[in-house]
Design a protein around this ligand. Structure first.
Ligand SMILES: [Zn+2]
Length: 260
């Protein structure tokens, strides 16, 4: 009896499959396109166009998987830092903050392994210092999709993600959009669809008070290497190496620990 039901299920699913095939075979001519396309392809195209019209900064995901900021946008040692550095561990998954086309996936001076995604409204996001690419230039990536793994390639002080937000080629402080401390989009930014308009409105207001990883952490009562490692997303073995201690070393209250 069970075998009969399974056979019936198989036959009906094959028939359903054929049915679908016949439907998608219908083609249509769309103005602006050289070749006729199937109805299914037309639906996909239409969905993409609709997304384009409704794209707001509120739709973006926070980059860096909850990691703290270790270096902010702005002048740094006499040169401009066009991104936000977010602490991530080597091999952590780096995700696309929104859907778009991967326009670059390769080596960049200073950046190391870098990926660039082109989103709606001519907004681009940069992901640098990666240890591995999971997608290739030309790929369409969905919001939240894994595109690479975090690393320290290029000019990187410790493992982190260098993240940039650009529009029409100009870099904007990602903290205009993101509240990294609370891992959300700023309320002020939600109704905007372009960085240019957001910047014009938010710049005069200032946007400080984000938690940053200190270069040196002062050990407090009750701390352990495990707790500190978790809190600052820095592997215990890295903390040990940078401070010439071992995993079984006893921490003293007030002892400074180098974190990057
Ligand atoms: Zn950076």
């Amino acid at each position: 009896m069970r075998l009969f039901l399974l056979t019936l299920l198989f036959v009906s699913s094959v028939l359903a499959g054929f049915g679908q095939y016949v439907n998608t075979d219908e083609v249509m001519v769309v103005p602006g396109l050289d070749e006729p396309i199937s109805k299914r392809e037309y639906r996909v195209l239409n969905d993409l166009n609709n997304v384009r019209h409704e794209s707001y900064l509120a739709d973006y995901l926070v980059p860096g998987d909850g990691g703290n900021i270790i270096s902010r946008f702005g002048p740094r040692s006499g040169r401009m830092h066009y991104g936000t550095d977010i602490k991530m561990a080597h091999g952590d998954t780096v995700r696309a903050v929104n859907s778009g086309y991967l326009t670059r996936s390769g080596w960049g001076t200073g950046f190391g392994n870098i990926m660039v995604i082109q989103h709606d409204n001519n907004i681009e996001t940069y992901y640098a210092h990666l240890s591995k690419f999971l997608k290739r230039a030309g790929d369409w990536v969905n919001k939240g999709e894994a595109i690479g793994l975090a690393g320290s390639t290029g000019r990187a002080r410790g493992t982190h993600l260098h993240f940039e937000l650009r529009q029409d080629g100009t870099a904007f402080d990602s903290e205009l959009v993101y509240d990294y401390q609370n891992q959300t989009i700023r309320d002020d930014a939600k109704q905007f669809s372009t960085l240019v308009a957001l910047h014009r409105t938010l710049k005069p207001k200032g946007y400080a008070n984000n938690a940053a990883i200190p270069e040196y952490y002062k050990v407090r009562s009750g701390d352990s290497l495990w707790v500190i490692s978790k809190k600052y997303k820095t592997p215990i073995k890295d903390i040990c190496r940078m401070n010439n201690i071992t995993e079984s070393s006893v921490l003293r209250v007030g002892q400074p620990l180098k974190l990057y």
